[in-house]
Design a protein around this ligand. Sequence first.
Ligand code: OAD
Length: 249
Amino acid sequence: MAIDFSERFERVLADAKTVVVSTGAGISAESGVPTFRGEDGLWKKFRAEELATFEAFQANPRIVWEWYSYRREIINKIKPNPGHYAVAEMAGLFDNFHIITQNVDGLHKLAGSEDVVELHGNIKRNLCVDCGKMNYDEEFEAIPPLCSCGGRLRPDVVWFGEMLPAGAIERAFKVSKSCDLLFTVGTSGIVQPAASLPPTAKQHGAFVVEINIEPTELTFIVDQHFRGNSGEILPFIVRKIKEIRGIKS
Ligand code: OAD
C-alpha cells in the first residue's frame, strides 16, 4: 500500500514529543468487532435505548445481560489486528504517548498497550450497582448476577445518559490539550465528549490526523485525512516514523 505523506506531516512526525491516539469502533472492525453506525452497525439492528441505558437495565436486566453476553462471546473469540499492534509500537517511538479509546473490547491492552484510557469502560468487567465493587467473573449462577453484597451486577460500560469515568475524561482532555499530534482513528466523531478531543487538540495547536474508511463529522477540522483501513494505514505510519528516525524495522 502506498500513502502520500505531506511534507508538513513528515515534519510533525519527526518533531512530535507528545502524541495522542484516540480510537473508536473502527479500529477493531478488522478484528471482527461490529461497529455501531455503519451499514451493519449494531445500532441499525438493535435499539440502544432498550439495551444500553440504566433504565433498560432496571426494567429488564435479563435482556440487557443477554445482549452483553452475546457481545462478550464475540469479543472473547477475537484478537487484536495490525492497527492495535501499530498503536502499541508507537508508544516506544515518542517521548510521551497516550491512548484514549471509546472501545470496551480491551484489544489495545491485548496488543501490548499498557496504559489505555478507556472512556466507555470495559465490557469484560462487572460493577455492583449497590457497593461499586468490580470483578471480572464470566460464569454466573443467576441472571442478573449478584455481587457478594447482594446488589445487582451490571457490565462496567458507560450507558447512554451516564457520566464517563471522572479520571478518564479529565486525563483525556488534559493530554489532548498538551499534545503536538493527535490521531483520531475509526470513530464517527458523533458521541460526546469523546468527539470533542480532536477539536480540543486542534484549538491548542496540535496537528490532527484522521484515519477512517470514510469522511466523518471530524474530517473538516483535521489537518490530514487518510482514507482506508486503520489496520493498513497505522502500520504504514509506524514504518514511516522509524524511517524518519533511522530505526530499522
Ligand atoms: P461508530 O460505529 O459510530 O463509528 C465507527 C467508525 O469507524 C466509522 O466512522 C467507520 O467509517 C469507521 N471504520 C469502520 N471500519 C474501519 C476500518 N477498518 N478502519 C478505519 N475506520 C473504520 O463507532 P464509534 O465512533 O466508536 O458508546 O462510536 C462511539 C460510541 O457510540 C461507542 O463507544 C458506543 C456507541 O454508542 C457506548 O457504548 C457508550
